[in-house]
Design a protein around this ligand. Structure first.
Ligand code: THU
Length: 160
């Protein structure tokens, strides 16, 4: 037996002022999208802003349902919309914000497992990487790619 070591790296910024201007703008759009979330059951508002390779920005937020599992996370709402409207345009960057009780969370929240899997499918589909910015009112975390959040992902190749 031997150990398989899996390493992953995330950049940590002390606060939003340390981000490049374009990234700050994407984060601001994710924050605005979070405000428009439909989340009457959890009162947990999540917003996402995606930058596409053609410069287009697509936003999304979590959409809840009285039948809980019928709802959808912000990340998948935004990615599915982007991929349905722009099937040939890669997603290259993504910002994610969460708001609880009217306040941006004090530390970054990472996307759930299902959203990570969908983000990775989009990376594989276009053979690109999605730089992912996790917003908070304190530190900001930036991953170079979705695969940094889910190193052991399932992919189309596994079905062959
Ligand atoms: N949520 C997201 O939108 N993204 C995530 O990555 C985690 C959770 C939403 C789903 C649900 O509407 C609420 O947050 C509470 O789980």
């Amino acid at each position: 037996m031997k150990f398989l070591e899996i390493k992953t790296q995330i950049k940590q910024f002390d606060n939003i002022d340390e981000l490049p201007q374009a990234d700050t703008e994407l984060v601001m759009m994710a924050r605005a999208a979070a405000e428009k979330s439909y989340s009457p059951y959890s009162n947990f508002k999540v917003g996402t802003a995606l930058l596409l390779e053609n410069g287009e920005i697509v936003t999304g937020n979590n959409q809840e349902n009285a039948a809980y599992p019928s709802g959808l996370c912000a990340e998948r709402t935004a990615i599915f919309w982007a991929n349905s409207q722009y099937p040939d345009v890669p997603v290259i960057k993504m910002a994610i914000t969460a708001i609880k009780n009217g306040k941006i969370l004090p530390s970054p929240v990472a996307p759930c497992g299902s959203c990570r899997q969908v983000m990775i499918e989009t990376e594989n589909r276009f053979n690109t990487e999605i730089e992912t910015i996790l917003d908070s009112s304190g530190e900001i975390w930036v991953a170079d790619k979705a695969k940094d959040f889910l190193p052991l992902f399932f992919e189309g190749k596994d079905l062959e």
